[in-house]
Design a protein around this ligand. Structure first.
Ligand code: NAD
Length: 361
């Protein structure tokens, strides 16, 4: 019973309907009808226009419109154009088809119109089950939590993920694992999200290497999508900690790719936290089938052939000190109190790609 602490906790269930299973995208018109929707606006990234067309074709006899300019980090100029289209066509619901970028745009529109949303995710990022929105204006990304952006319905259809390239699947999956890892030592951790976190890590850790070997495997893809749902639910339910702060700083300051940065940093941050969160470490290790959490995460990242160092993704070495300073500003609640020297040393190891080290506290 050491890992569960049912003595005192808060648990917030989020109101969202989840439909999981191959081919279930065909139920989109019925789900829309149940939400009282007859004029949907479908949003996607330019690359996924074909998929959006396919979803639109399911709405035989009713009018649908597609806005295909969604972009990473939900830029305000894209949202304002989409808002004009939504008003012009008198959309009465929003359907996001794609990864976090498409889903982020639908959330931004829902925030300003109150329209209901259906999300059909095609990556493992998890945004579809969170009440979180991050928007970028004048080069600054602001994130906030509000139930107004939580999609009313999510349809997980594994067939929509089969085209996700193996490399993107690996980094997106590690990004999802990061949500679950931090949920296990979150200041809001509770027995329910901890069960989901452990299951989510285990499902993705088993599925991702199989996807790399056989990207068309329905079975591996289904397990990965199931894991992504669990990990996304953790992100939506409890506060994140140092790892998310570090990735936010590195991505925002040096324009590093979001999922790659998560993939590189995760084992290093977990090693950093090790002494302060022993129960979480045991659960992460158990989910990975590893002796300890950080070597298990590093071994998984190596098996998935994701970038192994910040140098590889072109973070400037002279930026390490600045990054350490920024990480210490407006810190997130964290099991270990971070300090400049130890954060700098951790970033140095991550920059070089040397083994993560559990620092003595
Ligand atoms: P993404 O949505 O930007 O997709 C990455 C690329 O992959 C795009 O070019 C997209 O068209 C393509 N793609 C997506 N699915 C595909 C598929 N099945 N087959 C082929 N190509 C496909 O990437 P992402 O990692 O899903 O989302 C990242 C964004 O989501 C960031 O802006 C991040 O901040 C945000 N995010 C938000 C939350 C939240 O809770 N608010 C959570 C996670 C991520």
């Amino acid at each position: 019973m050491e890992d569960v602490s049912p003595i005192r906790f808060d648990y917030h269930a989020l109101p969202s309907r989840v439909l999981f299973g191959a081919g279930r995208r065909r139920e989109t018109p019925e789900v829309a009808r149940q939400l009282g929707c007859t004029l949907p606006l479908i949003v996607c990234t330019p690359e996924q226009q074909v998929l959006a067309d396919a979803i639109a074709s399911l709405f035989a006899g009713s009018s649908t419109h597609i806005f295909s300019e969604a972009a990473m980090h939900t830029p305000w100029d894209v949202t304002s154009r989409a808002l004009m289209v939504a008003r012009e066509v008198r959309a009465d619901c929003l359907i996001a088809v794609g990864g976090g970028s498409a889903i982020g745009l639908a959330k931004a529109l829902a925030l300003r119109t109150g329209l209901p949303q259906i999300a059909l995710p095609t990556t493992y990022a998890g945004s579809e089950v969170t009440p979180i929105i991050g928007e970028t204006q004048d080069g600054e990304k602001r994130t906030r939590r509000t139930l107004d952006v939580l999609p009313e319905a999510v349809i997980y259809d594994v067939e929509l993920t089969l085209t996700l390239p193996a490399r993107l699947s690996a980094t997106s999956g590690l990004n999802a694992i990061a949500h679950a890892v931090e949920a296990l030592y979150s200041v809001d951790a509770n027995p329910v999200t901890s069960i989901m976190a452990e299951q989510g890590i285990a499902a993705l850790a088993a599925a991702l290497p199989e996807i790399l070997a056989n990207p068309a495997s329905h079975d591996a893809r289904s397990h990965a999508q199931y894991g992504a749902w669990l990990c996304g639910t953790c992100l939506g339910s409890v506060g994140m900690a140092l790892h998310h702060k570090v990735c936010h700083v590195l991505g925002g300051t040096f324009d590093l790719p979001h999922a790659d940065t998560h993939a590189i940093m995760l084992a290093h941050v977990v090693a950093y936290q090790a002494g302060a969160a022993p129960h979480a470490m045991r659960r992460i290790a158990r989910a990975l089938g590893a002796d300890d959490a950080w070597t298990g995460l590093q071994a998984l990242a190596a098996r998935l052939h994701v970038p192994q160092s910040l140098a590889e993704i072109r973070m400037p070495h002279e930026g390490i000190g600045r990054a350490a300073e920024l990480v210490l500003q407006e810190t997130y609640a964290n099991p270990r109190t971070p300090d400049y020297q130890s954060i700098r040393a951790m970033l140095e190891r991550a920059w070089r790609g040397t083994a993560p080290q559990p620092d003595p506290l």
